[in-house]
Design a protein around this ligand. Sequence first.
Ligand SMILES: CC(C)(COP(=O)(O)OP(=O)(O)OC[C@H]1O[C@@H](n2cnc3c(N)ncnc32)[C@H](O)[C@@H]1OP(=O)(O)O)[C@@H](O)C(=O)NCCC(=O)NCCSC(=O)CC(=O)O
Length: 461
Amino acid sequence: MVSSLNIIEVARVTPSNSDSSESLTLPLTFFDLQWYKLHTVKRVIFYRLTHATRPFFDSVIVPKLKTSLSSSLSHYLPLAGKLVWEQVDPKPNIVYSPNDAVSFTVAESNADLSRLSGNTPFFSTELYPLVPELRVSEDSASAVSFQVTLFPNQGFCIGLNAHHAVLDGKTTTTFLKSWAHTCKEEHTSLPLDLTPVYDRTVIKSPTDLDREVLNVWHSLGKKFSGGKEPENPKSLKLLPSPEIDPDVVRYTFSLTREDIQNLRERLKRESSVSSSSKQLRLSTFVIVFSYAWTALIKARGGDLDRPVGYGFAVDCRSLMDPPVPSTYFGNCISACFKIPTKAETFVREQGFLAAARLVSDSVEALDESVAWKIPELLEAFATIPPGAQLLSVSGSTRFGVYRLDFGWGRPEKVVVVSIDQSDSISLAENRDGNGGVEVGFSLKKHEMDALIDLLHNGLNV
Ligand SMILES: CC(C)(COP(=O)(O)OP(=O)(O)OC[C@H]1O[C@@H](n2cnc3c(N)ncnc32)[C@H](O)[C@@H]1OP(=O)(O)O)[C@@H](O)C(=O)NCCC(=O)NCCSC(=O)CC(=O)O
């Protein structure tokens, strides 16, 4: 059955201190500027609640979510603001003015919540009605928009669409935790670990990285428009995203703590008899990311001479000297990006070990300088060799998204929808919080069928 969505209301939610708040301007840093033309980040958080009737939804859930959103926005004013790039300014700013608001859509769906929050593949396009649009134009862009959707007598979901130039995953999930805390505890004050830090002087760089990143964007803009100067060099419009193929399906692969330990033991065994004696960094991330990467290369099949590569985000807060506060508001991530070799390397017997060695070396090599490489990383991402198969990753096993309890229980499932827009996976700690990991995949159906077999069969080697 094709599901349908009924929009009940599109509201504006202002910060609760809107009348007394002052205007606020936050200049983007080089950490933000790397993202200002790239696709937004879309998440859907599903909650099972069988007593969620329409009257309960209208009279309890929606009013509580709105009131608590308004209260938590009073601590996160930039989220109610907009990204603007005035002609006189060298770079875009986030500007909040009193009575600015976020868009808050209320809807009802007749879809099957169990299927969309379950672990069997479903078509990606079924998620899109649950995520609100984010208004982006030439001269301004909203920071974030929200949608709450009722699945009568099944539960509800919260969808959000976030502009990546305004906030990274750490800031997004810290805001969501503050919203959930406010909703559940009916508090207006926030604990310190949820209170954002807006001091942008903590972001320093040895060179004018703002200018370097904007120069890369300018040259990429010319490249994408056939060598012509962009009409409006200060346009905030995003690069076009590929249409989602209707054949693309979503699948969440769960690894238990034991699965991860078995993979760790397998890597130790294989590396102990390999030629290289170099110690492997066998963190959860290295193991899971390498396992997913090799399975995706095998599932693709095809030309084994094709270049393959990986990129993963690096939270630089703890790498900077001095460290940036963990509650710093904005972006503070760089990335590792490598196209080390060909697919053939990873489809053979010890392909998983070869992948883990590369990812381990990348993580081990991390220090503050990864932040200074952002201009060259941006350029590299935009000049990928034809036919290459890349893997990137959204989300992290560190965000604690399964602790987002608004007062009606913990999430049934948290889905990063926007991995559809690139060769990407999503990562999250598993729902039980016992050291397991969930990996979200988005692939065409035939490739997903092959991938699922490879993922499950590879656990028992
Ligand atoms: C570069 C890394 C991926 C490397 O991870 P590693 O786990 O290998 O290495 P590490 O030093 O970070 O961690 C080593 C061990 O300490 C633990 N550890 C370290 N810091 C931790 C923290 N803050 N919270 C919880 N655990 C932590 C790890 O779980 C791991 O244990 P164990 O191995 O037992 O688990 C990571 O350092 C990192 O930066 N992760 C965050 C990336 C990020 O912010 N992604 C989102 C990008 S924004 C985005 O994608 C959009 C969005 O999400 O909205």
